[in-house]
Design a protein around this ligand. Structure first.
Ligand SMILES: NC(=O)c1ccc[n+]([C@@H]2O[C@H](COP(=O)([O-])OP(=O)(O)OC[C@H]3O[C@@H](n4cnc5c(N)ncnc54)[C@H](O)[C@@H]3O)[C@@H](O)[C@H]2O)c1
Length: 272
């Protein structure tokens, strides 16, 4: 159900690959809430994924961009302001990839060239996005920029590998840039720390089913789904959260405040 929370707003959604993607759900909800949007993803995702179908359905221009390329990002922001007819009110960074994870390299034996790629795609792309947006003065006053992160940035979670370092950097960029962009242009920048969610990126992590099951049993409200995350993004993009910036916001059914739950204790005691 829509509440017209984003009526008249313009947004850019990065990272919708298929209908499992968190960005896909965010794009659908944003349009339902009255926004006009553009979509962007890597050229290979445009060829292999289903983003073009989403673009047609939502009447949204799809702009190919490798998020590690400043030139490509410049194109996304200039073409978006042109296509949408004005400054951008909200941006979602929903991008992550680790070649070390893909190649099953353990954290204590990672390839450093691949680490560069992980950091560049999953974190530095966020800085590039913000720098391009600011240089073009493409974001409206009190515009809201959100990137998606995971709690492995703050706690050791076995198997999340170098993505944990990328997420720590991503969250730090949100704070450091958030100060500058907030003071100079009243633009707010936050990260949402989402529950493990069954998507293409998520299921690439070794033992991901166990992550999901464990988090479900630990969280008093259960895991937050991709649809729940899209709803939270609506609140963050709306004018109802105008004074929230530089925060890492947990959206995880309470997981981040737990030590051990009765359900996990029971499973442990039963030896299953
Ligand atoms: N799935 C989870 O459990 C979970 C939990 C917390 C946070 N997140 C984060 O949510 C975000 C979205 O992931 P998802 O789970 O929806 O999976 P997803 O695989 O659907 O999305 C990842 C996206 O990153 C894009 N991407 C990769 N390299 C790129 C590049 N060079 N340029 C532009 N785009 C590129 C992919 O094409 C894809 O669309 C990621 O940042 C992820 O780390 C996911």
């Amino acid at each position: 159900m829509g509440y017209n929370l984003l009526k008249g707003k313009r947004g850019i959604i990065f990272g919708a690959l298929n209908d499992k993607s968190i960005a896909w759900k965010v794009a659908e909800r944003a349009v339902e809430e009255g926004a006009q949007i553009t979509l962007s993803n890597a050229p290979i995702a445009l060829r292999m994924g289903q983003i073009n179908a989403l673009g047609e359905k939502l009447n949204a221009k799809v702009i190919a961009a490798d998020a590690t390329s400043v030139e490509d990002l410049e194109k996304v922001f200039s073409e978006s302001t042109e296509a949408l007819g004005g400054k951008i009110d909200f941006v979602l960074h929903s991008i992550g990839m680790s070649p070390n994870v893909r190649k099953n390299k353990p954290y204590d034996d990672i390839d450093y060239k691949l680490l560069d790629t992980t950091l560049n795609i999953s974190a530095i792309s966020f800085h590039k996005m913000l720098q391009v947006a600011k240089k073009q003065d493409a974001i409206a006053e009190y515009g809201s920029i959100v990137a998606l992160t995971y709690i492995a940035s703050q706690r050791a979670i076995f198997g999340y590998n170098d993505m944990a370092d990328a997420k720590a950097l991503l969250e730090s960029i949100a704070r450091s840039f958030g100060y500058i962009y907030g003071t100079e242009k009243h633009v707010r920048i936050n990260t949402i720390s989402q529950s493990p969610t069954m998507t293409t990126a998520g299921s690439g992590i070794k033992g991901f089913d166990s992550f999901v099951d464990f988090a479900e049993k630990m969280s008093p409200l259960g895991n937050a789904t991709a649809e729940d995350c899209a709803n939270y993004c609506m609140a963050m993009f709306s004018d109802l959260t105008r004074k929230v910036t530089m925060q890492n916001l947990y959206h995880d059914g309470g997981f981040s405040s737990m030590g051990i739950s009765a359900e996990v204790m029971e499973k442990y005691n039963s030896g299953k």
